[in-house]
Design a protein around this ligand. Structure first.
Ligand SMILES: Cc1ncc(COP(=O)(O)O)c(C=O)c1O
Length: 388
């Protein structure tokens, strides 16, 4: 303690930043390319300066392309994927309204929790992790519960499935229900056509295929979803996530932009560059590259004598693969070996799959044949060593 009563400075902060370089092959975040890291290091601009507003407008155009939508309410939540999930929940649902939540992993569980916290009602359609939903069971749920919205996860990162979405929007609309899709762990790596598939609200995250730092989450609302938000009987319970306010701040309505909050300026530069990468590569090429890397991984994993959690290839999420941990092997020993010897991240399971699977992510900048070879070598060698 000094004579002024100030406590001693922490010694750890007087040392240089101790930083390990790692290849992040888990379910996110993925590594950021140098171009995106360089964007983060650019000087600050005022968040209402015209030069920054131009960058925001470029981000909106990039998102409309990534989502394949013409929706004018397409903008970014300042927060991670959970922020967009929470924003979708609090804007779309009034207290007492019903959401039908498809649960085949932890994301449906989380969304149901948010619905409950909002004073709304979460009815559930449940499938084991590793399985996807079909239209007829969803139709039964729509008839039974008459929900205001249906929540479904496009790329499940806990159960490692890719949910087919074609036909779902039309089905929901026949029952006067809006369709909400979580594509945090799929956008850019798996085909997505927001408008063609009749999705009413779609959100994603910056740190997966977009290869930008965590902290921003894109979201878009269809005209029907926008009308529902604008015609609410009750105020949106969150000021920060109020979509009407955010749409104005992002220049998505006719009124002059009002200050709502200070956008995370550097993170928006980074997202702009993440979207620029996607635009330069082209969506189809990005989807194809992700698929090819996933096929390479699946073949390699099976060659190692391991089994994939999702048996049907067409139902697997090419962005996150779950591999069964064989009998007698501790998942963590393998993950630790890969990290210690190769500085490669292989993750464990989430929720009910904790301890039962490894999860390997293939996203954006990390989706390369070399990285797949690296993760397979680390996994194979780790297994040999932990079994000795
Ligand atoms: C499918 C899915 N939804 C939502 C999220 C939440 O995103 P965040 O961790 O950025 O809040 C994740 C994160 O992994 C995810 O995979």
């Amino acid at each position: 303690m000094s004579s002024t009563g100030v406590s001693a400075p922490p010694q750890c902060l007087l040392k240089p930043l101790d930083f390990p370089h790692k290849t992040l092959m888990g379910p996110g975040p993925s590594n950021c390319p140098p171009r995106i890291l360089a964007a983060c290091a650019l000087p600050m601009l005022g968040h209402l300066h015209p030069e920054f507003i131009k960058i925001m407008d470029e981000v909106k155009e990039g998102l409309q392309y990534a989502f394949q939508t013409q929706n004018t309410w397409t903008f970014v939540i300042s927060g991670t994927g959970h922020g967009a999930m929470e924003a979708a929940c609090v804007n779309l649902l009034e207290p007492g309204e019903v959401a039908l939540v498809c649960q085949n992993g932890i994301w449906g569980q989380r969304f149901a929790d948010m619905v409950d916290r909002n004073g709304s009602v979460a009815e559930k359609l449940i499938r084991p992790m590793g399985q996807v939903f079909n239209l007829s069971e969803i139709e039964e749920g729509l008839k039974k519960y008459n929900p205001a919205i249906l929540f479904i996860t496009h790329g499940e990162s806990s159960g490692a499935t890719a949910q087919p979405l074609e036909g779902l929007g039309d089905l929901c609309h026949r029952y006067n229900c809006l369709l909400l899709v979580d594509s945090v762990a799929a956008l850019g790596g798996v085909p997505m056509y927001m408008d063609k598939w009749g999705i009413d609200v779609l959100y994603s995250g910056s740190q997966k295929v977009l290869s930008s730092p965590p902290g921003t989450s894109p979201i878009a609302f269809s005209p029907q979803a926008r009308e529902k938000v604008l015609n609410r009987k009750t105020k949106v319970r969150s000021y920060y996530f109020d979509a009407g306010e955010l749409a104005n701040y992002w220049g998505c309505d006719e009124n002059p932009r009002r200050y709502h909050h200070t956008a995370p300026v550097s993170s928006i530069y980074a997202l702009r560059e993440g979207l620029a990468r996607l635009v330069e590569m082209g969506l189809e090429a990005s989807w194809k590259n992700n698929r090819e890397c996933a096929e390479q991984l699946w073949t390699g994993v099976e060659k190692l004598g391991l089994e994939l959690w999702v048996p049907n290839k067409e139902e697997r999420n090419p962005c996150v693969t779950a591999v069964k941990v064989p009998e007698g092997v501790n998942w963590k020993d393998v993950a630790d070996y890969a990290m210690k010897n190769y500085r490669v991240e292989i993750s464990g399971g989430l929720g009910q799959l904790a301890g039962k699977v490894w999860r390997i992510g293939i996203m954006g900048y990390n989706a390369t044949p070399d990285n797949i070879r690296l993760v397979l070598r680390a996994l194979g060698e780790a297994l040999e060593n932990v079994r000795k």
